[in-house]
Design a protein around this ligand. Sequence first.
Ligand SMILES: *Cc1c(COP(=O)(O)O)cnc(C)c1O
Length: 301
Amino acid sequence: MSEAATCEIDLPILRERDVRLWIRREDELFPGLSGNKYRKLKYNIREMQRGGHQTLLTFGGAFSNHIHAVAAAGRQFGFRAIGVIRGDELAVSPLNPTLADARDAGMHLHFVSRRDYARRQSPEYLQELLGQFGPAYLLPEGGTNPAAVRGCAEILGEADAGFDRVCCPVGTGGTLAGLAAAAVPGQQVRGYAALKASGLEASLRDWIPGKHWTLSGEFHFGGYARIDARLVRFINDFRTETGVPLDPVYTGKMLYGILEETRRGQFQPGTRILAIHTGGLQGIRGMNLKLGKKGLPLLQL
Ligand SMILES: *Cc1c(COP(=O)(O)O)cnc(C)c1O
């Protein structure tokens, strides 16, 4: 498999602060299976095949990039994909673009109540699902497990040793964990939380080793998938000025954070930053439906 392209970003604030910023376009790696979700699935698919499974069963919300990617992978690699989707009300309304794509790729969508969804880690509930759908390889929400972390470590290669900092957005932390595992001595890894969760850093410290990574909890814009006119404007301007499209849930917030920290002088002059574009662009269509309903400006597609 080929590696993702890396492009340098040229913006006045970067020049002013003497900070150099590159973006690794993991979003372009694999059409339909974008960004870190391909990395997270790679070794899981191998383990599934090694275990003799034909079916992968996983969990997600209505706009989930993970659900979208698993559905695309099912078609690409020839396994049956079952998505347990939060919200039984969705079963009777038209599918949003994310779920429509997933169904078109052949995923079976199983809508469950929020109450059932909350049981997604309980062994009894998992047994119930396996009883209903037959034997399956189980993947947790967000797709993070040790195999996923191993895949995310492959985002970095030998040629990346010259970057002082590697940045990524954080949902479950699987991507951050992979980058932290792959970082070379002296390299700092910085995650930008896409959600508002007090204690997120402490819970990540429980399982991601090392003192060479940090988490910013400042740029979540009110919480997971929350967005305002300021963030929409930032994402649209960034695209106009650099040619790089960002998604509203993860990469837009990370880049906002990196540039704000640059503006504050948080990075020493001469710092070389590599930001990982983890994908998520498929979510723009669904987000624009929500923005339109609220009368907010839309994201450029
Ligand atoms: C899922 C996702 C993330 C979060 O990755 P984690 O490994 O769960 O932290 C970041 N960016 C995008 C675009 C994603 O789809």
